[in-house]
Write a protein that binds this ligand. Structure first.
Ligand SMILES: [Zn+2]
Length: 287
C-alpha cells in the first residue's frame, strides 16, 4: 500500500485561524486531486509542498461556500507568471449545480481574465480558465491512474442541497472515503463499507446539539462525534478521522473555543472501537 492523503482544512464554515475550511488532497498515482476547495485551500496546499498548478481535478462534495470558496483562486493563481499552460484545463466534478457555479465564477472574473489574455505569452488564459465540469449522481464512478472513485449521495439533513461523499480505492486495496457534510445516513455507511479510512464530519459536540434542540434552533444538519462513531462502526471501517469541526460554542457568552481532543474521543468510543484520529490541518494519512 502506497497511497497517501493530506487534510488541508479541518474546520467548518466559521473563520477559524487554527482550522481552515474543508479541503483535502488524495494522491491518485502521481496526481494530487482535491476533495473540496474551501477557504484557505491554496495556502495549505503550499504548506503541504504542493503547487496549485499541480491540481488538475477538484471533487466538490456539495455547493456550500466553505467547500468551494478557494475555487476562483485555484482557477487564476496558476496563471500568474507560472506554468498554467502545463496544467491544462481544470476538471471540476461535483453535484448538480456545479456547472452553474463554475460558469458563474468564470463570468464574474472575466474582467481580470481578459486583462491577462492580451499579454504576450498569456494567449491561452481564457481557454485555461474554462474548466471541464462533470455533474455526478448517486453511484457515479470514474477511474484515474488505476484508482476507482465512487460517489454516493449523503444527507445534509434539513438543508436541502444535493450532497455527496467520495470514496477512492487504490490498486493495492487501500481506500479512503470522505463524508462531506452529512447526518448519519445509509449513503455514507454504504460508501465507506469495509474500507480502511473514513474521514467523517463532526461539526457540533453532542452537548451543543442538545442545547439547540432545547432552544428550538435548527440542529439536524450535521453530525456529532458519536454520530460519526456510529457510522464508522456500521460501515466496518478500520480508521475514523474526524474533520469539519466548529470552532467555538455559539451558545455561551464569550464563545469559548472547543477542545476537540477532549470532546470527541469519549463520545466516539461509545460507538466505535477502531483507530480514531482527530483531524488537524496538514495531517498526512498513509493509506
Ligand atoms: Zn454544508
Amino acid at each position: 500500500m502506497s497511497g497517501r492523503a493530506v487534510l488541508l482544512g479541518t474546520g467548518a464554515g466559521k473563520a477559524d485561524p487554527e482550522r481552515f475550511s474543508p479541503s483535502n488532497v488524495v494522491w491518485v498515482g502521481a496526481e494530487p486531486v482535491l476533495v473540496d476547495c474551501g477557504n484557505g485551500a491554496l495556502l495549505r496546499l503550499r504548506a503541504a509542498g504542493i503547487y496549485p498548478s499541480q491540481i488538475r481535478r477538484v471533487f466538490l462534495t456539495h455547493l456550500h461556500y466553505d467547500h468551494y470558496a478557494d475555487y476562483p483562486y485555484l482557477m487564476i493563481e496558476p496563471l500568474i507568471g507560472e506554468a498554467a499552460f502545463e496544467r491544462g484545463l481544470l476538471e471540476v466534478i461535483g453535484p448538480p449545480g456545479t456547472a452553474r457555479l463554475v460558469r458563474s465564477f468564470e463570468a464574474t472574473y472575466d474582467i481580470e481574465i481578459d486583462s491577462y489574455a492580451y499579454l504576450p505569452g498569456y494567449e491561452r488564459t481564457r481557454e485555461l480558465c474554462r474548466a471541464r465540469v462533470t455533474e455526478t449522481y448517486d453511484g457515479w464512478q470514474t477511474e484515474i491512474e488505476g484508482w476507482r472513485v465512487t460517489t454516493m449521495q449523503v444527507d445534509h439533513g434539513i438543508v436541502k442541497i444535493p450532497s455527496f461523499g467520495y470514496r477512492f480505492d487504490g490498486p493495492d486495496g487501500e481506500s479512503i472515503t470522505f463524508s462531506g457534510d452529512t447526518i448519519p445516513c445509509k449513503g455514507i455507511v454504504n460508501l465507506a463499507k469495509d474500507g480502511d479510512v473514513l474521514v467523517h464530519e463532526s461539526t457540533l459536540p453532542d452537548a451543543e446539539v442538545a442545547i439547540r434542540k432545547q432552544r428550538g434552533f435548527a440542529w439536524r444538519i450535521h453530525s456529532t462525534p458519536s454520530d460519526a462513531g456510529r457510522v464508522a462502526r456500521d460501515a466496518g471501517v478500520r480508521r475514523l478521522v474526524l474533520n469539519h469541526f466548529a470552532a467555538w460554542n455559539s451558545f455561551e457568552s464569550g464563545k469559548p473555543a472547543y477542545d476537540w481532543h477532549q470532546i470527541a474521543p469519549p463520545a466516539v468510543r461509545e460507538e466505535f472501537d477502531g483507530e480514531l484520529v482527530i483531524g488537524e490541518d496538514l495531517l498526512q494519512i498513509a493509506l
